[in-house]
Design a protein around this ligand. Structure first.
Ligand SMILES: [Zn+2]
Length: 171
C-alpha cells in the first residue's frame, strides 16, 4: 500500500479538505492559518500545500489550484498527487482529521437512527468529536460520489462490500 498522502489545505478550500479526509488523506486544515504560516507548518510537518493563494504559486511543495470549482480542484489534486481513495476511504474523521476507531455496536445504539443500527454491524467513532461512521450505505454512497467527481469507476465489489471504514481500535 502506498503511503498516506499528507496535505496542508488552505483555509479557503474547506470543502476540498473535508473530501480529501474522507478519501483517507491526512489533511491539516485550520481556518486560522493561511499564507506563509501555512507554508511553514506544512514544511515542518512534511505536507504538500494545496492553495489558491497567488503569493504561494511559485513556492516549492505547493499545488496551486487554478480552478474555482470543487470538482476541478479535486481532479487537479489527484492528477498532481495521485493516490487510491479506495485503499483507505473512511479511516479519518472528515471534520477533525483524527483516525477513526472501531466501537462496540451496543455503544452507538442511541447515537444513530434505529434503521441504521438495525442494518449495520460495524461502527466507528471519531475519538475527538464523537461523530459515528458506519459502513455499507454510508461508504457506498460516498465512494459513488468520489467516483463521479473523478469520472473514474470504482469496482462494484468494493462498493457492495461496503468497505470497512477504519483500522481496529486496538491498533
Ligand atoms: Zn471528528
Amino acid at each position: 500500500m502506498d503511503e498516506t498522502p499528507r496535505f496542508a489545505v488552505d483555509r479557503m478550500l474547506a470543502r476540498l479538505a473535508r473530501w480529501l479526509r474522507l478519501m483517507g488523506a491526512d489533511v491539516l486544515f485550520d481556518p486560522a492559518v493561511g499564507g506563509g504560516e501555512l507554508l511553514r507548518c506544512a514544511r515542518a510537518q512534511g505536507r504538500i500545500v494545496i492553495t489558491r493563494d497567488k503569493r504561494l504559486r511559485t513556492a516549492s511543495g505547493v499545488i496551486f489550484l487554478t480552478g474555482n470549482l470543487f470538482r476541478d480542484q479535486l481532479r487537479e489534486v489527484m492528477r498532481r498527487c495521485p493516490f487510491d481513495p479506495r485503499a483507505r476511504a473512511f479511516t479519518r474523521c472528515s471534520a477533525c482529521n483524527e483516525p477513526l476507531q472501531w466501537v462496540d455496536r451496543n455503544l452507538v445504539a442511541r447515537r444513530v437512527p434505529p434503521f441504521v443500527f438495525a442494518g449495520h454491524d460495524r461502527f466507528a467513532r471519531c475519538p475527538r468529536c464523537g461523530k459515528i461512521y458506519w459502513d455499507a450505505t454510508h461508504v457506498a454512497r460516498a465512494l459513488a460520489e468520489i467516483e463521479s467527481l473523478l469520472s473514474e469507476r470504482i469496482p462494484a465489489d468494493v462498493i457492495a462490500a461496503g468497505r470497512a471504514p477504519v483500522r481496529d481500535a486496538k491498533d
